[in-house]
Write a new protein. Structure first.
Length: 134
């Protein structure tokens, strides 16, 4: 049986992207960062859990509507708002997303490299919990 070892994200500037994602997720480099590659893992001494995030230098342009992206979970609407503000302070930007449903439980942001990701309100009070976001 296979399992996911890492989520790999293409970036133009590995150190800049690593600085953003280590601050955003509380992750640390697994080994010494290379100019073109680093694998970030949850810090063993902190509460962070989750998959590895590998950052690889890429020269391809960022996709406006990426086929794969990260969903970051916040506990409820207040936590989502606080996390969006924190991520923006770290250098993320809000994306003018053209596909928001009226009752969106997600906010689309872009990291310092332009890679899109979502911050999700996972609060139990939402009646649509468990439904996929299109």
């Amino acid at each position: 049986m296979l399992s996911i070892g890492s989520v790999v994200m293409g970036v133009a500037d590995v150190p800049r992207a690593a600085a953003f994602w280590t601050a955003a997720l509380g992750y640390v480099p697994r080994e010494e960062m290379q100019d073109d590659w680093v694998v970030l893992v949850p810090e063993k001494t902190g509460p962070a859990t989750g998959p590895q995030l590998a950052l690889a230098r890429s020269e391809t342009p960022v996709q406006e509507h990426p086929r794969i992206h990260l969903d970051l979970y916040a506990g409820d609407a207040a936590a989502q708002t606080a996390e969006v503000e924190r991520l923006i302070a770290l250098g993320a930007e809000r994306v003018a997303w053209d596909a928001y449903p009226d009752d969106a439980d997600f906010v689309v942001l872009a990291d310092t490299e332009g890679n899109r990701f979502c911050v999700i309100d996972t609060g139990e009070e939402r009646p649509d919990r468990g439904q996929p976001v299109a």
